[in-house]
Design a protein. Structure first.
Length: 133
């Protein structure tokens, strides 16, 4: 049976580029290392434009709280358009295709969607300076 989780959020005003990176801390059958793999399909979609990127991640058994890149740093067109909506979807299809770990589960302890953002979001104050003689 296919299992998915997803989250949608509005892109912030202080985003600087179209670069995206998604990371998670992953556990997959930490006690049982039986050389099987689970497969995650990770997609980031800009809802307004339909632009998306997808990455396939193979996760072996015997892993406990391991940091992993679900989507390595990648350009996604439309990401730097503040106010757009981005939807992140993570899907697993146990026992289908390369996923032969159909009796084990994966735990995502956290999910980090990283974007290049300004360190301090402020308006320009240069207009406040003027030259008078």
């Amino acid at each position: 049976k296919e299992v998915s989780i997803e989250t949608t959020f509005v892109l912030p005003e202080d985003i600087l580029s179209n670069k995206l990176n998604i990371q998670a801390t992953v556990t997959h059958s930490p006690v049982l290392a039986n050389n099987t793999n689970a497969v995650l399909y990770v997609t980031a979609l800009i809802e307004e434009t339909g632009e998306s990127i997808t990455n396939i991640v193979n996760i072996g058994t015997g892993i406990r709280a391991k940091p992993m890149n679900l989507i390595p740093t990648t350009a996604l067109s439309g990401l730097n358009s503040r106010g757009n909506h981005i939807k992140i979807t993570i899907t697993r299809k146990p026992g289908i295709g390369d996923d032969d770990a159909d009796t084990t589960s994966i735990t995502l302890h956290n999910l980090e969607v990283k974007m290049r953002r300004a360190s301090a979001h402020t308006s320009s104050a240069s207009k406040q300076f003027s030259y008078t003689s």
